[in-house]
Ligand binder design. Sequence first.
Ligand code: THU
Length: 156
Amino acid sequence: MKKSFSVEYNQFNHWSELEKADQSLVESANEVMENAYAPYSKFSVGAAAILSNGEIVKGSNQENIAYPSGLCAERVALFYAGANFPNEAIKTLCIVAKGDLVPKETILSPCGSCRQVMVESEKRQNKPYRIILVSQNGSAIVFNSAVDLLPLAFGV
Ligand code: THU
């Protein structure tokens, strides 16, 4: 039996075309991106999530000379949310990046480990959350669920 996955998402030429609340989230992600500690990759990433109580939690990538000890921006933000606001659902997560590691027109797409964490945080809150991904050129795509970025995630 042949089966397939399909994912719907919205595409924007520039994030300034997003609704106001989403624009603010992009701005928050851009702000916290400046706090990235990325002396090794020289690639800065910012992640900002708005919670059901209106709180915005933010994270940036934090590297370490023992490379695997560092952590991606998304997981810094998501684990901070889990640690400090365990009962507030995430409504939207926005991710931005800056650096030469990927072409300017490439949408910042989270790594596999972050996707796994995103899927579980979604399962934990029993409600999908939106994900806004932005390129360095400013183009953006919006997904409706973390599962859309990682079908068949491990264990969930
Ligand atoms: N990085 C993130 O923070 N998020 C991603 O989605 C991809 C990669 C970080 C990890 C590392 O500090 C740098 O970007 C280069 O991989």
